[in-house]
Design a protein around this ligand. Sequence first.
Ligand SMILES: N[C@@H](CCC(=O)N[C@@H](CS)C(=O)NCC(=O)O)C(=O)O
Length: 147
Amino acid sequence: MAEELILLDEWLSMFGMRARIALAEKGIKYEYKEEDLENKSQMLLKMNPIHKKIPVLIHKGKPISESIIIVEYIDEVWKDKVPFLPSDPYQKAQAKFWADFVNKKVGDVGGRIWAGKRDEIELAKKELIEGLKELENVLGDKPYFWW
Ligand SMILES: N[C@@H](CCC(=O)N[C@@H](CS)C(=O)NCC(=O)O)C(=O)O
């Protein structure tokens, strides 16, 4: 399986972490390729020519980009394992809402902390903490979001 499945990633990336967690949850073996984002590989540029970003999952030579799309793809292809999303349409919509919340309130805000100016960083930090508290509230004591 490993030669059929490659993950282009960067260890620090929360988006890459999504793909790594999804693969680990399903118990799937894959080849991990660390990218230097200051000096992107030809493989990354070829496999994600539109955004040129990690993570990219390459399955039997075909690339899948965008972390949420990668997670959904893994869930659909490895159906024999425990599903990531609830089957009930309303619960599924809720799960997707919170995944989108993480993009906006953790991903975007985290990016502002990483790249921002001093005042901007302080504001973004507050937003990040508020966002994490919201997640904590909705997760409660459950080990997984919708279980
Ligand atoms: N929406 C994308 C975001 C991916 C992303 O922002 N990746 C960053 C690393 S965390 C990247 O590759 N940055 C390189 C660049 O912007 O040139 C996803 O969910 O996969």
